[in-house]
Design a binder for this molecule. Structure first.
Ligand code: NAI
Ligand code: MG
Length: 368
């Protein structure tokens, strides 16, 4: 198949890990006879430096036209002046919003070879296989902001429709797995959470009666996620809670550098504004940030970006066998002990981004 993939490397380690992901996607294309066309565009701090905007028009236009988007990460100390009018994160929030990518899927499945990288006891991790569906285009990240000398505010707002669509996505996903759905909110305090809980209860009762729904408050969820992670399957939650809980969940897998994500919507609008529901565009990125502390050193863990590329193959291109083959290659590289420094206490064993990429490429040459 032919596919146009827009690559948005971004800042910090973003360019290093996306380069690894592109390289393995090229190998997948060669192996299966596909024709993937990659085009790089600017986003985040790199885009601010070049154009003054965190999401230049040509980046958004290319993203709208693409079959899929692969993103690294944005941000860093260079652009962190609190008084700056334009910030790198605005580019990321804007592209998610513009493309209507409201469902952010973040799977967490610890690998046997990296159990030692987790601070959690190994017996608690065995059999953990959960997926967080984070609402991505609403909530406090997108609400009106104010700032004066004496105070500041961020508005958290959710509409019924915004909650309905992400809950439908999560409940449909739960149906394909164990049938269990956990909705996380703060309904004892927040009005948006009380709406979240009411809408979730109604959608599941009316449209997914076979799905077993439980509600969990976010603070105790933060504890349960580490104490009994095996009991969860699909977890649906609002934007900020999902952001925080998944960085926490990365410790189940062993490192932030292992968790991929897919951001999906109903489909994008065509250039003339017409809906193209059959064209399910997605944006794929590791859940980690730009890691300025290790950027440029060639030591960043590219597994999360590579696993995001596998999600791209599956969710945007419909290439499930190819996605599985790539995931198997990653799994075999981990089994072979190909670890970046974040995955092992034994620094003498740690390899860099390049060696991980080569190990995955080598595994991709073997039968799947
Ligand atoms: P971070 O996720 O960039 O890094 C947290 C820690 O994990 C750091 O010690 C880092 O070295 C390590 N780490 C992250 N990814 C790694 C990888 N692939 N391999 C090895 N180690 C890895 O979060 P932090 O430090 O809070 O934020 C740094 C910058 O990233 C900020 O400017 C922030 O705004 C931005 N950020 C961007 C995100 C995005 O583009 N999606 C998400 C989160 C943060
Ligand atoms: Mg985050």
């Amino acid at each position: 198949m032919h596919a146009n993939i827009v690559v948005l490397p971004g800042d910090g380690i973003g360019p290093e890990v996306t380069a690894a992901a592109v390289e393995v996607l090229r190998a997948v294309a060669a192996r299966y006879g596909h024709d993937f066309h990659f085009r790089e565009h600017l986003i985040g701090g790199a885009a601010i430096d070049a154009t003054g905007s965190a999401l230049p028009d040509d980046t958004l236009a290319a993203a709208r036209d693409a079959d899929a988007i692969l993103l690294g990460a944005v941000g860093g100390p260079k652009w962190s002046d609190p008084n700056a009018k334009v910030r790198p994160e605005q580019g990321l929030l804007a592209i998610r919003k513009a493309l209507g990518l409201y469902a952010n899927l973040r799977p967490v499945k610890p690998h046997a070879a990296t159990l030692g990288a987790s601070p959690i006891k190994p017996h608690l991790l065995q059999g953990v296989d959960l997926i967080v569906v984070r609402e991505l285009t609403g909530g406090i990240y997108f609400g009106d902001k104010t700032r004066s000398d004496s105070d500041a505010s961020d508005l958290c707002r959710y509409s019924v429709a915004e909650i309905e669509r992400v809950v439908r996505h999560a409940a449909a996903l739960a149906r394909t797995r164990s049938g269990k759905l956990t909705s996380v909110d703060k309904a004892n305090v927040l009005e948006t959470s009380r709406l979240w809980r009411d809408v979730t209860t109604r959608i599941v009762r009316e449209e997914f009666p076979d799905v077993q729904l439980e509600h969990q408050l976010v603070d105790s969820m933060a504890m349960h996620l580490l104490a009994r992670p095996r009991e969860y399957d699909v977890i649906v939650t609002e934007n900020m809670f999902g952001d925080i809980l998944t960085d926490e969940a990365s410790m189940l897998a062993g490192s932030l550098g292992l968790l991929p994500s897919a951001s999906l919507g109903e489909g994008t609008n065509g250039p003339d504004g017409s809906a193209q529901p059959e064209h399910r565009i997605g944006l794929y990125e590791p859940i980690h940030g730009s890691a300025p502390d290790i950027a440029g050193k060639g030591v960043a863990n590219p597994y999360a970006a590579i696993l995001s590329a596998a999600m791209l193959l599956r969710h945007s291109l419909g290439l499930d066998a190819e996605a599985q083959c790539l995931e198997l290659a990653v799994s075999r590289a981990l089994d072979a002990g190909v670890f970046t420094a974040d995955l092992t206490c034994d620094r003498t064993r740690a390899v860099g981004t390049r060696a991980v990429t080569e190990a995955v490429l080598e595994q991709l040459e073997l039968p799947c």
